[in-house]
Design a protein around this ligand. Sequence first.
Ligand code: NAP
Length: 683
Amino acid sequence: MIKLGNLAQDRWIEGEGSGKALSSAVTGEPIASITSDGLNFRGMLEHARNVGGANLRKMTFHERGDMLKALAQYLMEQKKAFYALSTETGATRADSWIDIDGGISTLFVFSSKARREMPNDHVYLDGPPEQLSRNGTFVGQHIYTPKLGAAVHINAFNFPVWGMLEKLAPTLAAGVPAIVKPASSTAYLTERVVRRIIESGILPPGSLQLICGGVGDLFEHLNCQDTIAFTGSKTTAEKLQQHPRVVSESVAFTAETDSLNASILGPDAVPGTPEFDLYIKEVVREMTSKAGQKCTAIRRIIAPAPIAAELVDALSTALGKVRVGNPANEEVGMGALASLGQREEVRARIGDLATEADIVYGGREDFEVVDADPRKGAFFMPTLLHCQKPTGSTAVHSVEAFGPVSTVLPYDTLDEAIELARMGEGSLAGSIVTNDNGVATELLLGTAAYHGRMLVINRHCADESTGHGSPLPHLVHGGPGRAGGGEEMGGVRGIKHYMQRTAIQGSPDTLSAIGRRWVRGGEEKDPGAHPFRKTFEKLELGDTFRSGLREVSLDDINHFAEFTGDTFYAHMDEEAAAKNPFFEGRVAHGYLIVSFAAGLFVDPDFGPVLANYGIDDLRFITPLNYGDSMRVRLTCKQKTLRGDTGYGEVRWDTEITNQDDEIVAQYDVLTMVATDAHWASVQ
Ligand code: NAP
């Protein structure tokens, strides 16, 4: 039997001893053994900090984004082998798609987030500068920099690939190395993926290590720069969170734990409506995909009492059509639980639930298992329970049977539905199925604070909906209370979890140098020529162009109004404009002012500025009356090189003032500027 490898300090190492045997969830045959005994856990942490972190921090956010994309493309090419092994975990092809393709697509999304929403640099600026002094010589700015430690990822057994990649993507994007510890029972699939990742040579040394087995004395060596991201049971999370070292060093700890997720059927969604049918489909899918071993699965079916019996009938009929058995067989809709031990665990938890609820479907051992031996594989019949008095019950709101198990909880009023949802005491995901937006709003506002993510499904969005149980890399995954109180993913938010936010204070020039974004009040440099004549490389932060004055006449306003069709009264009707609290009479159009500003600052000849692609943060501050004059200041604020495309983005801080130096408008002009190489090639 093969022994799973541990990847420590960039070497594959077998743990000491024979280890624990792991078996196929489908056939019960041994697959591999697992042990991490004898690993130098302290050395692994130091290697991550000193080698992996140092390598990753040399790269910019964009370079790390490119690295994630290359990794995702590489894993896509390898995925056939992952699918074959995934079957042994009990997963059908559809289940494996969530785990494997879902994991790889998370890499793609974080790659794109890092490249499009973060700078091609090492510091991430959090919001605009804060003016802290009267004369503007002392300002503040929040920045994010990568933590100088290791991210320890402890994962659950149910998603051996996605569970690793959804944590790895934001961690690597942040510039932090990871030590991954998969759950033992399905670690053979994670280990296979890590082997391929390492073989690809895409990640720099030290950025990824793997522990197959226990974590030894790893926790004893954690420090304040390390992060733990845990997924698993609440009991384990509590134990690890209270580890003396975690407490004394304030080690950042994120937990994703048990969740008694609810789905509420609105009172309008009676049998015969599209929403009722959608609800049946959604609940059955959530109960049976991954054999119900999804932290986000629907465990509590909160439905109007008058239709509870019809709902139970419809769910039972639909569950009866799901064939259970060998996940490699295409007729099979639901595979096996991850292990025989897990099956015993689910049976025991159903026993707890049955003290308060009746089993109305399933719960039997004599059910048909397709193309597999039911004595050897961890097969389980989907099981539906019905609790008659849910507000007076506790187990149905607190016991998680981590398998194809869910309980119907009837309600009489919307307030009662809200109360039932809240009795889960914090969930990862919730859903509401209704075509009444009033009902949706009331239910959502009553329950949102107890949830990390909520989905409202109706006939208009169902076809394109990603479903109740699918965490998405763009959106927050995590939830309050029982769900662990953690947060993962959520786009750039997830990357920030592995970085430290620091408030920095100083002069505008100091902050411009640190954040590599020019701050108002900083030095305005003489570019030597019009800045539009300079290539991306030659432009310097602070390069400033100042225009002369231009008067705005009544003719200009009339002409602009006729030309554009914008004859809004504030520009055309002296009397009406004066009644407006903001104006004394007719004023120039904001867009006229912005257009004149462009006329004042552009350098028209063919040059390195390729295009204007937008304006950010435009604010009109002081109105411009006819007869007033305006001038513009344009300062190179931020430069972002776009890989080897031949151009980069240049953001210009733009300020329009009147003849009395009052600020008329402020905004950022966004342009694409050619690099030296591109500019030389087109001359
Ligand atoms: P678990 O027993 O808590 O194990 C979770 C992870 O913790 C495994 O990697 C496990 O390793 C490790 N672990 C256990 N004891 C440890 C210790 N003393 N020190 C360090 N690591 C330790 O949970 P599970 O049974 O695998 O997973 C099922 C639970 O996870 C369910 O309750 C489910 O709701 C929850 N879950 C939550 C999410 C989410 O995103 N919120 C996702 C999936 C699952 P070994 O396997 O080697 O023991």
